[in-house]
Design a binder for this molecule. Structure first.
Ligand code: ZN
Length: 251
């Protein structure tokens, strides 16, 4: 029964995302001569700080870390989420902190989404994120049409999944992103997306979770992550946090 429910839930998520991508009217032209690449992290495991952020910095780049305050310091079977100190460190090192809700639930499950987003803003404020985060990532990449007004009031962009490069007419409340995940050889081969954006400039957003020698299914090793960052830089891509990419696009 549970399995059936989760299958139906996944179907609802897919249909809602597709409907928004197809029908949303809030579109902007994305015009850039330079290929833009953003590396983003969701949740955020402490390995994304220790290895992910350090690798970006080594290549002169910074990332966007979408934090859900309710996960802070949580120890799970195969990962530990960053604490408020870790979050402050990311900020001090020039990375962008984005919002990923406080309680990390699907957007459509919230009775009062605004209250949860306020709570996360309070949490982020306590670690030094002031003014409030301007960019958001959907938990489980699951958007919801009825949440758009609330999200539009608060954020410049919202990021989902979608496995595509943002080009041409783009909905800022439904940015597309490419996942860096297991198996490792598939993650390694994601350079093809960088070749694609370098050949025809647009905005390629990657998302992942942990960067660890033995990653969860939703992350990759430091070696593969560095391979992707280095490749993007060598291909002449401008590697920027989401907020800086938006400034560059004049959005
Ligand atoms: Zn998440």
């Amino acid at each position: 029964m549970l399995n059936e429910e989760s299958k139906i839930g996944a179907l609802i998520d897919r249909l809602a995302n597709r409907a928004i991508w197809k029908l949303a009217r809030a579109r902007r032209r994305l015009e850039t001569d330079v290929p833009l690449v953003s590396f983003t992290f969701d949740d955020v495991p402490d390995s994304a700080l220790h290895d992910g952020a350090a690798i970006l910095e080594k290549h002169g780049a910074r990332g966007t870390f979408y934090i859900a305050g309710g996960l802070a310091g949580q120890v799970e079977r195969d990962r530990t989420l960053i604490t408020s100190e870790g979050c402050g460190e990311l900020l001090a090192r020039g990375h962008e902190i984005g919002c990923h809700t406080y309680s990390h639930r699907r957007i459509r499950d919230f009775g009062r989404l605004g209250g949860d987003l306020d709570r996360n803003a309070d949490y982020l404020k306590s670690v030094g994120v002031s003014p409030p985060a301007t960019n958001f990532a959907f938990p489980y990449n699951a958007a919801w049409p009825l949440a758009r007004a609330e999200l539009r009031r608060r954020y410049r962009t919202c990021r989902a999944g979608g496995e595509a490069i943002n080009r041409g007419s783009v909905d800022p409340l439904m940015l597309r992103a490419v996942e860096i995940r297991q198996p490792e050889q598939d993650a390694w081969a994601l350079t093809r997306w960088i070749d694609d954006v370098a050949a025809q400039p647009g905005w390629l957003i990657f998302f992942t979770h942990d960067i660890a020698p033995r990653p969860t299914p939703y992350g990759c090793t430091p070696k593969t992550f560095e391979h992707l960052v280095r490749y993007a830089v060598e291909k002449g891509c401008c590697v920027l946090p989401v907020d800086h990419a938006l400034d560059r696009l004049n959005w």
